[in-house]
Structure formats: structure tokens, C-alpha cells
Design a protein around this ligand. Structure first.
Ligand SMILES: [Zn+2]
Length: 338
């Protein structure tokens, strides 16, 4: 089968590698769509994936072969590549370690992910896509689960207003989940015009351009003075951490979803007096994935403006697309069609 194999920092090779064989408790999945995640871009950019590994974890596809002991899935089932509940006794083995660091834990050479034609998964891992949910929407299930996890991890309550900084896939999905969860207003701060437009289409109350206006002053004004209860950092730009802490009201919260790989600017004196709080969120749990599929089934999440005809790329565009995403501008989400 074809796969985009890591062959050094910032270097893919499209290679023919053996099609994996499902074990007794595994299924073989033919991948239909495989979205490129910001974290894949980081692994590519900073050399966090060993030579020989295959990145990609945001995929959907169809079960085409089942191992002899598989009972829950059958050939032809449409699935998303994750979200299942580990069987009893296995929970401890799949969670990140106590001192887990995204900077130091790379991808081992043997991992074969979603930038390939086929992938094998343990039967418990994938979730079935509900009938009414399109492939184009379902491929956003993994990043949407990150958004749900972040909001469940936060102090957000129904009726709160919120700010989302950054309108990449995670920011746009966070905004949509906040709307579905009863936010009174969701203000999005985003400098790139295409991403700002996507935020408008998908239901942002207002989009702020943080380059041409003072984002903090604007949020304070919109809140009537005190600031918003909560801000989500889905940008990890140099200034957003500080901006988020300045935007929230007394005892408000900045929730970090994105990962900054470089130093960020902080001026403690500007926000310490309001006893604000910062919290990080990472990954997602089975319950978050199920929540996403429920929201998708009820029509409360949309891929409009995120996944468009321009989003889909072939093998020969993988390398250049990854390089382009190191400085994202016009595209919101790119999806490999293997
Ligand atoms: Zn991801």
C-alpha cells in the first residue's frame, strides 16, 4: 500500500509499504479521508517522528477485513479512527505517563498512522459513524473531541460569554461546541482573513482582527467592562497567552488547548491582581468522542468553510502541504484522500 513515510525532519517520502494484517482482535480499515493535524505539522517541523513512521491520526474509513475474534465490527462499517473505550484491565496502558511531555515524546519508527491507504486497529478503538453524518463532517471527530475535552475541563457554564483565540480547526470547533453548549456569545480573535471568514460562517458572535485592533480592549468593551469569564487559547501565538489572561474578568480562566513550541510573552503584573486562573487541556477521552458524534448527529457541528473542495489533497501534495501548514494562512484544514 502507499503511505507518506517520515524520512527525516521535514521530509516525507511516498513509499510502497506492506499492507498491515489484522490480528485476531483487530480490524483492517481502508482509509477514506485523513486530515492533517497541527500536531502532525509540529512532529514534521521539529523532527519528532522517527524515520520509517507514518503520521496521521484524524481519519475515517471502512472496515474491509476482520480478525477471527472480532465481534463488534463487520466489513462495510463506517468508522472514525478512535474514541473507543479500552477493555477493562487495559485502561492504564493507553493513558499518557505521569511526566508526559509533548516536546520529548516522539513517534516511534514502527507506528503506522493514517497517512496510508490502510491501517489496522484493535477492535475496541474505532467508533461507528452515525448514519446521517457525512464523511466530510466525521473526519473532524478527533479535533472536535479535543474541543469538547477542553470545554469539559474548563470553568465554562451555560450562559457564559467566551473568547476563542485562533480560528484553525481546533478554534473553530471549540467555538461551535461552546455555541452548542449554550454560550451567550463567542468572540473569535483571528488575523488570517480566510479563517476569520470561516469563524463568521460557523457562528462566531463577532470576529476580532488582533493585528489591526487591540483585541483585549475590544473584548473588555464587548463584555461591558470586566472581561469575559473564560478565554480559550487555540492559537499559541507569541501574544495570545498574555492577551487571554488580560481578557478574562476577576477569577476568570484562560484555558490552553494549543501548544506553543517557542517562548511566549507574559507580564504578570497586568493580570495577577484579578486572581485569574490558567489551565491546560490535552487530548480527549471516549466520552468526548461520543459527545462529538451526538452533536454531529443532531446537526450542531458543521464542516462548512473548514472542509471545502480545496481541502482535499493527493499523495503528490503531501510534502508541499505540510511545508505550507508550517505557516498557515489561506487553508483551514487539509485532508489527504489516499
Ligand atoms: Zn489531532
Amino acid at each position: 500500500m502507499k503511505a507518506a513515510v517520515m524520512r527525516g525532519t521535514q521530509q516525507f517520502a511516498i513509499e510502497d509499504i506492506p499492507t498491515p494484517e489484522p490480528g485476531p482482535n483487530q480490524v483492517l480499515i481502508k482509509i477514506r479521508y485523513s486530515a492533517i493535524c497541527g500536531s502532525d505539522v509540529h512532529r514534521f517541523q521539529y523532527g519528532m517522528a522517527n524515520s520509517g513512521s507514518v503520521l496521521g491520526h484524524e481519519y475515517i474509513g471502512e472496515v474491509v477485513q476482520t480478525g477471527q475474534d472480532v465481534t463488534r465490527l463487520k466489513e462495510g462499517d463506517r468508522i472514525v479512527g478512535g474514541g473507543g473505550t479500552p477493555p477493562v484491565g487495559m485502561q492504564g496502558t493507553v493513558s499518557a505517563g505521569e511526566r508526559y511531555s509533548a516536546r520529548t515524546v516522539g513517534v516511534e519508527a514502527t507506528r503506522i498512522g493514517g497517512f496510508a491507504e490502510y491501517v489496522t486497529m484493535d477492535e475496541w478503538r474505532p467508533l461507528m459513524i452515525p448514519d446521517g453524518v457525512s464523511d466530510e463532517l466525521a473526519v473532524l471527530a478527533e479535533p472536535a473531541s479535543i474541543a469538547v475535552h477542553a470545554i469539559r475541563n474548563s470553568k465554562f457554564k451555560i450562559g457564559d460569554s467566551a473568547v476563542v483565540m485562533g480560528a484553525g480547526p481546533i478554534g473553530l470547533l471549540t467555538m461551535q461546541v461552546l455555541n452548542a453548549g449554550g454560550a451567550s456569545a463567542v468572540y473569535v480573535s483571528e488575523p488570517a482573513p480566510a479563517r476569520a471568514e470561516a469563524a463568521r460562517v460557523l457562528g462566531a458572535t463577532l470576529v476580532i482582527d488582533p493585528v489591526n485592533e487591540d483585541a483585549v480592549a475590544r473584548v473588555l468593551e464587548l463584555s461591558g467592562g470586566p472581561g469575559v469569564p473564560i478565554a480559550f487559547d487555540a492559537a499559541a501565538a507569541k501574544q495570545t497567552f498574555q492577551q487571554g489572561l488580560e481578557m478574562v474578568r476577576r477569577n476568570g480562566q484562560l484555558l490552553l488547548i494549543s501548544m506553543a513550541w517557542e517562548d511566549v510573552d507574559l507580564q504578570t503584573v497586568d493580570w495577577i491582581g484579578r486572581e485569574v486562573e490558567m489551565k491546560a487541556s490535552y487530548g480527549s477521552a471516549p466520552n468526548d468522542w461520543q459527545t462529538v458524534l451526538n452533536l454531529m448527529e443532531r446537526g450542531q457541528l458543521s464542516e462548512k468553510s473548514m472542509i471545502t473542495d480545496d481541502s482535499f489533497i493527493g499523495w503528490d501534495e503531501m510534502q508541499v502541504s505540510m511545508e505550507r501548514l508550517m505557516k498557515p494562512d489561506e487553508h483551514v484544514q487539509l485532508v489527504l484522500v489516499p
